[in-house]
Design a protein around this ligand. Sequence first.
Ligand SMILES: Nc1ncnc2c1ncn2[C@@H]1O[C@H](COP(=O)(O)OP(=O)(O)OP(=O)(O)O)[C@@H](O)[C@H]1O
Length: 237
Amino acid sequence: MRELLALDKVTAGYGESIVLEDVSFKMNEGDSLALLGRNGVGKTSLLVTLMGLTHLHSGSIRWGGKEIARVPTYKRSRSGLGWVPQERHMFPSLTVEEHLTVVARSGAGSGPWNLQKIYQIFPRLLERRSNFGNQLSGGEQQMVAIARALMTNPRILLLDEPMEGLAPIIVQELVRVIRRLVQDEGMSVIVVEQHARLALSLTQRAIVLDRGRIVHDSDSASLLADGDKLDRLVAVA
Ligand SMILES: Nc1ncnc2c1ncn2[C@@H]1O[C@H](COP(=O)(O)OP(=O)(O)OP(=O)(O)O)[C@@H](O)[C@H]1O
């Protein structure tokens, strides 16, 4: 298995403040990782750090075998880091299809994802292809956000709380899509989730953060099986 991402003793934050400390982990191509922890422990900051939008105080981030600590965000994105931020960034005056086609590129980022494949996996977006950004439900917006990242043919998807604020039925639909991406398409993903059990059921491996440090790292199935431990770590109901 080829190494995709390797963090070594990453300490990062905003300006002088430090929100991630001594964070180290590795992922291979096709790995799926749940990033868990209570509110404010640094999960989003870790994704943001991968995108180069925090101050990296020390440590290294190797991506596809190359150090990217000093590589600007747009180049990281172009090199296959497919970030789906918590805010979905819809454009009210663009249709669903325009949201998808404006990011499609030839050359860099070429790969299996095109409109046809997106509509296969998200039939609801095919139905909504002519609707504008402001005519979509929260769940549909989240689907557009994920689909838009896929259209760049990323080597990894960084999903920041994809289920947040969505109705249970839409959550089920998204879970089905993410599971298909991970299991059938072999897509590498990091998923930040408050719904810890859901995230564990979607991934092979789990990391739990507490106050910016990794306090647990195991396969997802064993953490899912140890409910007491999981509750202690993430304080879920
Ligand atoms: N832009 C920013 N500038 C300064 N501090 C920030 C910024 N964004 C986040 N922080 C701080 O960094 C710490 C980690 O926040 P982060 O959002 O990464 O946590 P999280 O685990 O993703 O939490 P949540 O689940 O609430 O999103 C918090 O103390 C937060 O206040």
